[in-house]
Design a protein around this ligand. Structure first.
Ligand code: MG
Length: 172
């Protein structure tokens, strides 16, 4: 049997790549709530080494995933003091810079935040605009959606929140 090493031609010529990301953080008192790069007034924040912005973490992982890279924890380890209380915008910018260095640009991204509280309706627009700014794309290339978990499970009990993200990259 003949073994072929290296990527097949179709992969090498691909003009688009898709990535998905997921993140969850536990709610914690005495912490700010930052989601999608936006500070949101709430009685609880999110626990984490950085600013714990689960939306930007999921987005970063989606970009890294589209690039075939390892995850955010490998690129920006929480054992590294430079990421203590870090603005998670730095992770997104790092992933976008990596994509650009390989000739990839963001076509669009789609995020879903799953949480019982706070209600994110009033904040979704600001999150969308901030994410578009970080990605260097127009607002209509970014979607931020919010759902409750219908009071089911750990999200339903308000223990934390989760974010799902999908990103499409295209060869510039
Ligand atoms: Mg995280």
């Amino acid at each position: 049997m003949r073994l072929v090493f290296g990527p097949p031609a179709r992969y090498a010529l691909a003009m688009q790549r898709i990535g998905m990301g997921y993140d969850s953080h536990r709610f914690a008192p005495g912490r700010p709530l930052v989601l999608g790069g936006v500070r949101i007034e709430h009685d609880l924040g999110l626990a984490g080494h950085s600013d714990a912005d689960a939306a930007l973490h999921a987005l970063t992982d989606a970009i890294l995933g589209a690039l075939g890279e390892d995850d955010i924890g490998q690129h920006f380890p929480d054992s590294d003091p430079q990421w203590k209380d870090a603005d998670s915008a730095r992770f997104v910018r790092g992933a976008v810079d990596l994509a650009r260095s390989r000739g990839w640009g963001v076509v669009n991204c789609d995020l879903t935040v799953v949480t019982e509280s706070p209600r994110l309706g009033p904040h979704k627009r600001a999150m969308k605009l901030r994410i578009a700014e970080l990605l260097g794309v127009a607002a209509d290339q970014v979607a931020v959606k919010a759902k409750t978990n219908e009071r089911m499970g750990w999200i339903g009990r308000g223990e934390g929140l989760a974010v799902l993200a999908a990103v499409l990259l295209e060869k510039d």
